[in-house]
Write a protein that binds this ligand. Sequence first.
Ligand SMILES: C[S@@+](CC[C@H](N)C(=O)[O-])C[C@H]1O[C@@H](n2cnc3c(N)ncnc32)[C@H](O)[C@@H]1O
Length: 207
Amino acid sequence: MRYDFVGVNQMSNTGPLRALLDGRFAFFREFLRHPNQIGSIIPSSRFLERRIVETAGINSAKTIVELGPGVGGITRAILSAMGGGAKLVSVEINAHFHSLVSRIKDDRFIPHLGNALNLKEIISIYGLSAPEVVISDIPFSTMSPATGTKIIGEITSTLSPGGRFVAYQLSKRVSFLSLPFLGPGHVEVELFNIPPMRIYRWEKSHI
Ligand SMILES: C[S@@+](CC[C@H](N)C(=O)[O-])C[C@H]1O[C@@H](n2cnc3c(N)ncnc32)[C@H](O)[C@@H]1O
């Protein structure tokens, strides 16, 4: 059985179940402190993690971005799926979550404390090529539409031509915000998650 959903393995040496509970507790505590920024009371399920990695086509990407890694479950799933020469940058606004994902030791992984609004600048700080994949779980439904629009604009302009933007959300707000930038996109639902989650996927045009 795998309990590596958070980089939480490193949070506790008292056993995997304890580590799992520690991760969930850390997530819930941060939700109580910053409910609008976190947007969910528990981390993603392993079913959702797997589905996102498949939907994004991680294994063919050289530069991958994860916005809002939280306690790092999807971060670890991405690292397991991506190639040896690829790089993953996580952008997390919450200092506590950033410190948790920073414990993941992998040469391909660059954890960054910052705001998705500054994605293009963050990519250039690390001298990386334009990402072929941006994965996001930042809660578009609890931020202002103006901020959400700015973030989607930043993602669109940062993605490489033909690059994929994958967002998993309970609310449909992200699809309305993305429509003017990326078109209607494709949506699926993952039922094995609390709550069931919509997974959106857009591809940036080559033109
Ligand atoms: C629902 S939680 C993510 C959970 C995690 N990805 C998972 O699947 O379990 C949303 C995350 O987005 C982060 N976040 C919110 N606004 C952000 C922003 N503007 N830039 C970067 N991270 C942000 C929050 O701190 C939080 O970690």
